[in-house]
Ligand binder design. Structure first.
Ligand code: GLN
Length: 193
């Protein structure tokens, strides 16, 4: 993996911590803001933030079509929180003009954990991750409501999947970049990419 060039979509949201984590793990990291940046990378992390804003910026930056094309070719991708919304097939409670890539066969509902649980933390047992539970930081997280047949659930919280994978696409409802624990990124770089 060490030679891989990992892009972090840097249009909006919590991309810096993703970039720092991937760099710490030995990846060569490129912040992706233009189609030319995208052409330099082998994999793409789509961070948390605001999916409606990111969707709009994907259009204005000219990245929408190239990202869709790379995903269709099998580029590895890791979407966290808003990034998960952007990679999902179906999005409920989205804004009418927001669009997703449909790169993983999931149905997600935006902000579905409710007002009381707007933000919370939960210790997650992640399949295949040694070293004990992973500290899951959830911030206005999307809830997974439908899991397609080819999708593997790696962690759940209250019976809802929160970390999933289908082929070269992984998604998390939480923010692994805020956990002070690099194991989920390491898994993405080693196992998914
Ligand atoms: N609620 C945000 C959205 O719909 C996601 C929140 C997050 O990424 N922390 O895009």
């Amino acid at each position: 993996m060490a030679a891989r060039r990992v892009g972090v979509l840097a249009l909006q949201g919590s991309y810096r911590r993703h970039a720092e984590t991937c760099a710490r793990l030995g990846a060569s990291v490129i912040e992706v803001r233009t189609p030319a940046d995208l052409a330099e990378v082998d994999a793409l992390v789509l961070p948390g933030g605001e999916s409606t804003t990111m969707s709009r910026l994907l259009d204005t930056s000219g990245l929408r079509e190239p990202v869709a094309a790379r995903l269709a070719e099998g580029m590895a991708a890791f979407g966290t929180c808003a990034g998960m919304i952007l990679l999902a097939e179906d999005v409920a409670d989205g804004r009418a003009d927001q669009r997703s890539f449909g790169a993983i066969d999931l149905g997600v509902r935006r902000n579905a954990y409710g007002r009381q649980l707007d933000s919370f933390v939960a210790e997650l047992d992640v399949t295949g991750l040694d070293g004990g539970p992973f500290h899951g930081v959830f911030i206005r997280a999307p809830m997974v409501e439908r899991v397609g047949p080819g999708v593997t659930v790696l962690a759940s919280h209250d019976d809802r999947p929160v970390l999933l994978r289908s082929g070269t696409v992984a998604v998390a409802a939480f923010h692994p970049e805020l956990a002070h624990d690099d194991r989920v990124h390491d898994w993405f770089l080693q196992e998914v990419c």
